[in-house]
Design a protein around this ligand. Sequence first.
Ligand code: HEM
Length: 410
Amino acid sequence: MSRIQDLVDPTIMGDETTMHALLTELRDNEPVSYLEHPDYRPFWVLTRHEDIKYVSQKNDLFINNPRTVIVPIAFEDMLFEQFGTRNGLETLIHMDNPKHRKMREVTREWFKPGPINKLTPMVEEIAREFVDKMEAMGGECDFVKDIALLYPLRVIMKILGVVPEEEPMMLKLTQELFGSQDPDQSRGDTGEAGMGVILDFFAYFREVVEDRRRNPTDDLATVLANAKVDGEYLEELDLMSYFIITATAGHDTTSATTGGGMKALLDFPDQMRKLTGNPDLATSAAREMIRWVSPVRHMMRTATEDAEFHGKTIKAGESLVMWYPSANRDERAIDNPNVFDIERDNRNQLAFGYGGHMCLGQHLAVLEVAIFYKELMSRLASIELAGEPKWVEAVFVGGLKSLPVRYTFR
Ligand code: HEM
């Protein structure tokens, strides 16, 4: 019997092992299936690499509005009432062309490899700070809570003009927004609670915008605050949404990769040895960590025309969900996908999506993870697991909640 409804169970989808068992079963036996559940509007489920890549690049046939991620009907309805869209926010992820193209243009230059590489000294300094912290902790820490959660947060907050004293508040808001199904991280599962989180973000970033209009710098906050489309500053909802998507998409994902990357190295000691012996492999290792972890579990699209997949028809107006971790373990597209190999050619992986919405922050993500592991691996002598890893309960952005480790430095 199909367990397709488990796809909306955050306990099953949060844990790497149960998630991959379910996705493998679906990928092999019913690569296109229809999920119906009393709490969710129905949607189609795609689990194969080739189908996900196809949908991702056909941005006119499969659009992002009105549904982008799996949320319960009650929450979708509340957002629709409040904002006029089922997504609540009006971020790049929620837009289609022609608006999407115009809004993406606002930060396209800033996120290109050249400008992102210029951030290297700043990111190196933050990486050093966190590796120093790990060393100072004296041989034992929770690698996720003490390091992986906080390092990428510092990087993205710096870029967005948030001072370190405000980081704990931002961390909490991000977790409340993305981990909203995890009882440890949720403000509550009501629509009102979700709205409250969004409004708190607005309140904070409004102040940053005012400041950057008065005192421009070279950070992303300045680009956003001063950006003009068709001669006008961005509208309030668009501007706030831009800040929120960067703050959240730019943090949880890289944290999950930094944490999950360490677990992968512990699970594959030969790869740990290889990286410790040659920290210059860090960029290639970062790409493999991103494939392996695939922290964004899914994105949703809605068909504008009937489309056929493996003999089944997805009708115009119906929604479908693409499961990235599944695409990245699909042996039809990726050799030995269940082997963590830091020297693998990762050009074919889909953790960043594909097509017109492909992750805007991908170069920053790779840079951040690589710089951290290069610093850590050139100083670490040994590391081992010191307790049970724990997973966040989530169906959208998943990752570790806790990874206790014991280690020595050189
Ligand atoms: C390992 C880290 C990351 C992963 C796996 C990841 C993954 C993704 C995925 C799957 C999408 C949707 C793509 C699609 O719909 O085709 C996306 C979009 C996006 N990501 Fe990332 N992301 C990461 C890091 C970042 C960072 C560091 C930032 C920003 C600083 C960022 C900003 C964005 C933005 C703004 C979008 C929306 C793009 C659009 O719709 O045009 N991401 N990301």
